[in-house]
Design a protein around this ligand. Structure first.
Ligand code: COA
Ligand code: AMP
Length: 641
């Protein structure tokens, strides 16, 4: 799509080159947009690489910057948050003053329960306003929240409870999916039973769609507690103090606790709202994600409120709540200026309404830009969305670790011509370099390699992993000293456009959700009859990728492979959760391996996706590849077109 905007040419290259050659001046200026209790002494402390500190010496409160500040500046009556829930047929609006009143009371409630600066609070909640209120209440006290996505099973929640060691857990009685009510409380009870660390108290928000039984002595009723709590004021924290921990999938079954600081986060997100998303105070911005993911943290809760915009919390799906016109209804009803979602949501709409008939029912003239992330925007989805909406469709690339975009197009700085399949250019602050995987040498334009970012990373990025500097270094900065390893492969073209070709590790993306095939393999391997296994991400028309497993049975098991496959599906669902979308497993007589015993997962993936592959010279048994092809066909993969 060709786009011409007058007066912006050159603005990007000026900002980008300043951010790289003089980051202290660039981010020091951006930091003036944030209100500090105590000014920072240094913009960037680079004295202990690879651990960098932004705005050290400074003190602020993120909740103050999200709420109190706007009220002091006269925007108290402006809508801060719109809760739109087609699954409960509710629309509820909160002004900045109303939101601050609720947040202060919930902060008071937490304080009464012993939560203070630095305490951890786990939040396991559906998409209701109380989830955002809980996050902001923690920020108000300088406590560290850790939100866990509702689709995770008790075991995953337990692992996070053990790592974060919360004083209090905040939850709700239930969440509402399209076809069923998910009772959260039994899942929470099970998780606490499984975890070694036990929280002192759990506060449960009761929903009429499914009330929960409270356990005496431990569980408390949210509404009762909030009603009688005294409002709490902001506690000032250091810029470098943690705001939250968000766990994300790595290559093993142990999730990584990504830490976000207060100061760098506020500065970067506020900058991004204006320059990437083109949003001004008072505009309506909608991130159709979930607070359990980084997109929800950054762009449902923090960034729109830091800027003084209006944010939407949508408890629904792109289709089925009630139809594929749901997104257009929300855009039109609430005058949304920009929407941020995952490409999979658009594929779901396209599948049910390819001609866009539902759009005709709504006036969406307020709508200016669609932002997509979480997985690559495939050209088909890009062209379909562009033709339908007739606004720029911007693919931008980022990760839980970075907290905001690494590459993007810039609605509020300079909008570049869009190339389908590319996430456009490096965001100011990110010095993207493509390195050769074996030599670590920098590659030139159009040469594919490992995508890295030259250190230091800009503000807002993870300073470390929760209580694990060593794992941070091993995961991100040891492979290529001086560079941050993104885990993605790809290349830059002659114009500096970024092309993301997918993960180079065992992480997969299922409907925009990041999952570890390694974690699933650990579960499958636990089955008493399984001798060995491999889990890979296979292409899926709707969800981008889905996990599939190949397993070898032990000798003389005496049961059929299909019977065991069903048990494996259930085990993954029980231990990771339904969001894994793990539905297919196939028995094989053997797995393809190199002579040194390494399972050839990359080739198995190509077989499942029916792509060409080269048989490596090091393979132990070339016929094992035919075994995989045949098994993959039986479960609906490796089909020739
Ligand atoms: N709590 C409990 N269970 C949940 C859940 C939650 N918060 N979210 C999803 N699940 C369950 C679903 O009910 C489903 O269970 P099932 O196997 O019993 O049917 C399973 O997890 C998979 O859910 P989902 O991936 O949402 O699949 P779907 O078929 O219901 O919907 C899409 C498909 C494409 C519409 C949906 O995935 C979607 O809207 N994706 C957008 C993703 C997104 O916003 N990502 C954030 C990054 S921007
Ligand atoms: P998460 O941490 O859940 O945000 O997932 C991050 C991963 O999702 C990245 O490392 C990429 O593999 C993938 N991803 C996110 N956005 C994009 C995008 N725009 N294009 C391609 N891959 C993406």
């Amino acid at each position: 799509m060709k786009i011409h905007e007058s007066g912006t040419a050159g603005k990007y290259s000026e900002a980008f080159s300043q951010s790289i050659t003089n980051p202290e001046s660039f981010w020091g200026k951006a930091a003036q947009e944030v209100t500090w209790k105590k000014p920072f002494e240094r913009v960037l402390d680079a004295s202990n690489p690879p651990f960098y500190k932004w705005f050290s010496g400074g003190e602020l409160n993120t909740c103050y910057n999200c709420l109190d500040l706007h009220i002091e500046q006269g925007r108290g009556e402006q809508t801060a948050l719109i809760y739109d829930s087609p699954v409960t047929d509710t629309v509820k609006k909160f002004t900045y003053s109303e939101l601050k009143a609720r947040v202060s009371k919930v902060a008071g409630m937490l304080k009464e329960l012993g939560v203070e600066k630095g305490s951890r609070v786990v939040i396991y909640m559906p998409m209701i306003p109380e989830a955002a209120i809980a996050m902001l209440a923690c920020a108000r006290l300088g406590a560290i929240h850790s939100v866990v996505f509702g689709g995770f099973a008790p075991k995953e929640l337990a692992v996070r409870i053990d790592d974060a060691k919360p004083v209090v857990i905040l939850s709700a009685s239930c969440g509402i999916e399209v076809k069923r009510v998910i009772h959260y409380k039994p899942l929470l009870d099970k998780a606490i039973e499984l975890s070694s660390h036990k929280p002192a108290k759990c506060v449960i928000f009761q929903r009429p769609q499914g009330r929960a039984e409270l356990i005496g002595g431990r569980d408390l009723d949210w509404v009762e507690m909030e009603e009688r709590a005294k409002p709490a004021d902001c506690v000032w924290v250091k810029a470098t103090d943690p705001l939250y921990i968000l766990y994300t999938s790595g290559t093993t079954g142990v999730p990584k606790g990504v830490v976000r600081d207060n100061g760098g986060h506020a500065v970067a997100l506020k900058w991004s709202m204006k320059h990437i998303y083109g949003i001004n105070p008072g505009d309506v911005f909608w991130a159709a994600s979930d607070v359990g993911w980084v997109v929800g943290h950054s762009y449902i809760v923090y960034a729109p409120l830091l800027l003084g915009a209006t944010t939407i919390m949508y408890e629904g799906k792109p289709v089925g709540t009630p139809d594929p016109g749901a997104f257009w209804r929300v855009i039109s009803e609430h005058k949304v200026k920009a929407l941020f979602t995952a490409p999979t949501a658009f594929r779901a709409i396209k599948r049910e309404d390819a001609k866009g008939e539902y759009l005709k029912k709504y006036d969406i003239s307020c709508f200016e830009t669609l932002f997509l992330a979480g997985e690559r925007t495939d050209p088909d989805t890009y062209y379909w969305a562009t033709d339908l909406l007739k606004v720029p469709v911007i693919d931008h690339w980022w990760q839980t670790e970075t907290g905001w975009a690494i590459s993007a197009n810039f609605r509020g700085l300079e909008l570049f011509e869009i190339k389908a399949g590319s996430a456009t250019k490096a965001v100011p602050g990110y010095d993207i370099k493509i390195l050769d995987s074996s030599t670590g040498k920098e590659l030139g334009p159009n040469e594919q390699g490992i995508i890295t970012v030259k250190l230091p990373l800009p503000p807002g990025n993870l300073p470390t992993l929760w209580e694990n500097d060593q794992k941070f270094h091993e995961s991100y900065t040891s492979a290529f000293p001086g560079y941050y390893f993104t885990g993605d492969g790809g290349y830059l073209d002659d114009d500096g456009y970024v092309y993301i070709m997918g993960r180079v590790d065992d992480v997969i993306n299922v409907a925009g959700h990041r999952l570890s095939t390694g974690a699933m393999e650990e579960i499958v391997a636990q089955h008493q009859d399984v001798a060995e296994c491999a889990v890979i991400g296979a292409e899926d028309q709707l969800k981008g990728q889905v996990p599939i497993a190949f397993f070898v049975l032990k000798n003389n098991v005496g049961r059929s492979g299909s019977e065991i496959a069903k048990e494996l599906v259930q085990m993954v669902r029980d231990q990771i959760g339904p969001l894994a979308c793990f539905k297919s497993a196939a028995e094989v007589s053997r797995l393809p391996k190199t002579r040194s015993g390494k399972i050839l997962r990359g080739i198995m993936r190509k077989i499942a996706d029916n792509q060409k592959y080269n048989t490596p010279a090091t393979i132990e048994d070339p016929a094992s590849l035919d075994v995989i092809t045949e098994a993959a066909r039986k479960i609906g993969y490796a089909k020739s077109n």
